[in-house]
Write a protein that binds this ligand. Structure first.
Ligand code: MUC
Ligand code: MG
Length: 367
């Protein structure tokens, strides 16, 4: 079970409907497929989504760091030496999605080698999660129509509404329209991607005080340290740290500093090995956890549900697992399906994902 080779393959699949939010927008999934080969013939897979507006990574940078630094550091290690893989990758700062894709592909290869699913290897709590859908910026009527389509087609009844525009009434009108349209038949929370100031966030939360929000996420920048603490101390719902708390150390700092009371775990940026550490930390600190979405394709969403299903805490709340539905196509032989508002893990070994060779040929960008 020794690692013999790591491939980083760029691919691009257009979105049918771009996702727009306060820190950026995504029109094409220009991701990197990572394949970890082992000497027993097994190949593990995962995908890295470059998010320059969140982590500073680019598609070309992810490929360069994998080819020049990470692959040579882990070739020759056993698939069982996951902590050694983690320690070697950790010698390089940053590059969270490049490291995570390698980490998850190693776990997938290990699961395939042992004929056990990744969810069972991690914790095996359940085999499914309820799904929360992320609604990107648009007119209120269009966002209500999208939510309705998601509910009617896939049974989804939890929605994360992107906010952070100015004036704040652009966004509070959307949340009010959703609540008025669906009544108490849906759960709603908001994510500002740092778009507002602390004072704007406080005003928006007051305007929405009667709308029964579940959570508020990253409404203002965590770097506005005192403003953020002031805000979190006064709002009546858990405040989720997402991009401000990527590492377990970030989580500790943000929570103990009073700048967050809940966290988002994204396997795209902490893989499985670091997401485990974050999960255990969250349990110890008594934090709410939401399994977040890094605007993942189907392979990334499968990684999220594989991890989220492994533990009670991570499967308690609906996970953000549905934005691949906005892509025009994907790489998996067997597409993911959300039914009755739930996504299940794939039966079988590892992640249970098979890459369709014809689709990979069509979308890869390195030939
Ligand atoms: C999210 O939860 O913020 C948008 C930007 C990013 O970093 O992730 C997405 C979703
Ligand atoms: Mg977020």
């Amino acid at each position: 079970m020794k690692i013999t080779r790591v491939e980083a393959i760029p691919f691009a699949i257009p979105y049918r409907k771009p996702l727009k939010f306060a820190s950026g927008e995504v029109h094409v999934a220009e991701h990197v497929l990572v394949r970890v080969h082992a000497d027993n013939g097994v190949v593990g897979v995962a995908e890295a989504p470059p998010r320059p507006f969140t982590y500073g990574e680019t598609q070309a940078g992810i490929i360069a760091v994998i080819d020049s630094l990470f692959a040579p550091q882990i070739v020759g290690l056993s698939l069982l030496e996951r902590e050694t893989v983690h320690a070697r990758l950790a010698r390089t700062v940053g590059n969270p999605t490049a490291k995570s894709a390698i980490d998850m592909a190693v776990w997938d290869a290990l699961g395939r080698s042992l004929d056990v699913s990744v969810t069972e290897l991690l914790g095996g709590y359940t085999d499914r999660m309820r799904v929360s859908h992320m609604l990107g910026f648009d007119e209120p009527s269009a966002m209500v129509a999208e939510a309705e389509k998601m509910r009617d087609t896939h049974g989804i009844s939890t929605f994360k509404v992107k906010v952070g525009r100015r004036p704040v009434s652009l966004d509070t009108a959307v949340v009010r329209a959703l609540r008025e349209h669906f009544g108490d038949g849906v759960d709603l929370y908001i994510d500002g991607n740092r778009g507002w100031t602390a004072a704007e966030s406080a005003r928006a939360m007051r305007e929405m005080a009667d709308l029964d929000l579940l959570f508020a996420e990253e409404l203002c920048p965590a770097d506005d340290v005192l403003g953020r603490r002031w805000l979190v101390g006064q709002i009546g719902v858990p405040f989720i740290a997402d991009e401000s708390a990527v590492t377990p150390a970030d989580v500790t700092r943000e929570v103990l500093g009073g700048s967050a009371t809940a966290i988002s775990i994204k396997t795209a940026r902490t893989g499985f090995t670091r997401s485990q550490r974050t999960h255990h930390l969250a349990e110890g600190l008594g934090l709410e956890v939401v399994m977040g979405n890094q605007i993942d394709g189907q392979l990334g969403s499968l990684c999220t549900v594989a991890f989220g299903s492994a533990y009670e805490l991570t499967s308690r709340r609906p996970g953000e697992l549905s934005n691949f539905l906005d892509m025009s196509d994907d790489l998996l032989t067997e597409p993911l399906r959300i039914t009755g508002g739930e996504l299940t893990v794939r039966p079988g070994a590892g992640l249970g994902a098979e890459i369709d060779p014809e689709k990979l040929r069509r979308y890869r960008q390195d030939h």
